[in-house]
Write a protein that binds this ligand. Structure first.
Ligand code: PGA
Length: 253
């Protein structure tokens, strides 16, 4: 992650349906990385190369998933060296849609994190509780300790964490900025329990879950929230422009 910038990641998920639409979207976004904001696009695998070629040098490339092995008989999978080779900087790992719809386990997430780090990709590790009144402390502690098992102290500084309460994803009901901030502090505290405060007090934590042009600034304007993971609002150029405008207006640093 770039220093002194907030990171906005556009997670397109399994959209759009044609390469033409994807090209139109990326062309509309290209060149829009605003002052104080680092912008990354996470398209489906099939569009990675096209997005890389059309997004301009300012915009970073992110993958939505990765397999933990480098090569071999893993039909349908994509490895970290492949992603690095095509120009990816980031990879989202442990998104709740992969955990709960695709059956991804904590062990798989841990292997993916380690493979991404080994091959020079920055993992964006997504964590978050499923229910609004769920046991957030227990969930975050379990997800973080599982994902970071065997990740060395020299590597923790290369990770980005995304706090994404599952109940806020795609629902139009976002978390409150205050609660998201307390979750970000809790994430740093849990990581601090493993690696020590010094290595984790600046651990970047993004917020994700119904981020829009109306609320981005409120989340990332807070000192302890380092950016946003944006799903639905990243799929229309106009909406995404509003997200970026809000990001700039709310950037308190
Ligand atoms: P959303 O998705 O912005 O559509 O809620 C966020 C995410 O799943 O990363």
């Amino acid at each position: 992650m770039e220093k002194n910038k907030k990171l906005i990641v556009a997670n397109w998920k399994m959209n759009p349906q044609t390469a033409e639409e994807a090209l139109r979207l990326v062309k509309n976004i290209a060149g829009r990385a605003a002052r104080g904001v680092e912008l990354a696009i996470a398209p489906p695998f099939v569009y990675l190369d096209m997005v890389k070629k059309n997004c301009g040098r300012e915009i970073k490339l992110a993958a939505q998933n990765v397999h933990w092995e480098e090569r071999g008989a893993f039909t349908g999978e994509i490895s970290a060296p492949m992603l690095k080779n095509i120009g990816c900087d980031y990879v989202i790992i442990g998104h709740s849609e992969r955990r709960y719809k695709m059956g991804e386990t904590g062990e798989m997430i841990n292997l993916k994190i380690k493979s991404a780090l080994r091959h020079g990709l920055v993992p964006i590790l997504a964590v978050g509780e499923r229910e609004k009144n769920g046991d957030i402390k227990k969930t975050l502690a379990e997800q973080l300790t599982g994902a970071l098992e065997g990740v060395g102290a020299s590597e923790i500084g290369r990770l980005v964490i995304a706090y994404e309460p599952v109940w806020a994803i795609g629902t139009g009901v976002s978390d409150t900025p205050d609660h998201a901030l307390s979750a970000a502090l809790l994430i740093r505290k849990i990581a601090g329990g493993i690696y020590g405060k010094e290595l984790t007090e600046n651990l970047p934590v993004l917020y994700g879950g119904s981020v829009s042009g109306k609320n981005t600034g409120e989340f990332i304007g807070q000192k302890g929230i380092d950016g946003a993971l944006v799903g639905g609002a990243s799929l229309e150029a106009e909406n995404f422009e509003a997200v970026l405008a809000s990001a700039v207006s709310g950037d308190a640093e």
